[in-house]
Design a protein around this ligand. Structure first.
Ligand code: ATP
Ligand code: MG
Length: 260
């Protein structure tokens, strides 16, 4: 693994806050900036895989195999139509990995070990993005143990900050047990509506409470972002000029800026 490979988990146990949208489009934006990116779909829903155009029948081997497979050659890496962006896809069988991992003594370190092996022979990925499921389960814990940092998408709505304390507690536990160096890369406000007072209020609260942890870039509510996955492409290719594209390019620039 190259020293410069940064492993970032996209996590929030709250459902529908923009984890997958951010994984796909931040991944694509980093790839457009010349970085080599591997996206790991850690969610049995497989939305990131579908959104990047991998039909179920095309998912030869998956995150389940990466975690629990016996054949080391089937690493699950698939190319996508975006140059520089690869993916290890997921299918619903990943939901049983949660249970199967329970039986393992090193249950929370399984992804880290497998990923270390995988990346050792592949000098070249600058970023590994892990799209987590909407739960603080063993799959998410595995992602947090394998990662160097976490990006938390936060939907700009009333209860957004409420779930955050639970997430922070989990991060602290992971730091205390298996991954001392785990950082918060940043919190990104999603589905932001400038004309809506509530969005502005959530942003003000988040910046006041969390300070520099909140990315300067906010992701606007943009219908193009929700349409793109059904066309099996990142928004950057679906509509290069839309506000969603601009936002994810800006977010990628912020992430890259923090490389140094
Ligand atoms: P889950 O917890 O189920 O995995 P998630 O956190 O990954 O969900 P997404 O799937 O990215 O969330 O987004 C939830 C829904 O909101 C999707 O239909 C997506 O297309 C839409 N969406 C996400 N971000 C935006 C946005 N900025 N503007 C408009 N729609 C968005
Ligand atoms: Mg998702």
């Amino acid at each position: 693994m190259s020293d410069t490979c940064r492993i970032i988990a996209l996590a929030n146990q709250k459902g529908g806050v923009g984890k997958t949208t951010t994984a796909i489009n931040l991944g694509a934006a980093l790839a457009k900036a010349g970085r080599k990116v591997l996206l790991i779909d850690m969610d049995p829903q497989g939305n990131a895989s579908t959104g990047l155009g991998l039909a179920r029948g095309d998912r030869r081997s998956t995150t389940y195999d990466l975690l629990l497979g016996s054949d080391p050659a089937s690493d699950g890496i698939h190319g996508t139509q975006v140059y520089g962006l690869d993916i290890i896809p997921a299918t619903t069988d990943l939901s049983s990995a949660d249970v199967d991992l329970m039986a393992s003594s090193d249950r929370s370190r399984t992804l880290k070990k497998r990923l270390d092996e995988l990346l050792r022979d592949r000098d070249g990925y600058h970023y590994v993005l892990i799209d987590c499921p909407p739960a603080l389960n063993l799959l998410t814990i595995n992602a947090m143990v394998a990662a160097g940092s976490v990006i938390v998408p936060l939907q700009s709505e009333f209860f957004a900050l409420e779930g955050l304390s639970q997430l922070m507690l989990t991060l602290r536990e992971v730091r205390g047990s298996a991954n001392e160096g785990l950082r918060i890369e940043g919190i990104v406000l999603t589905m932001y509506d400038r004309r809506n007072n509530l969005s502005q209020q959530v942003e003000a609260d988040a910046r006041q409470t969390l300070g520099d942890l909140v990315f300067t870039t906010v992701i606007p509510r943009n219908v193009r972002l929700s349409e793109a996955p059904s066309h099996a492409m990142p928004v950057l290719d679906y509509d290069p000029a839309c506000a969603g594209t601009k936002a994810y390019l800006d977010l990628a620039a912020e992430v890259i800026q923090r490389e140094g």
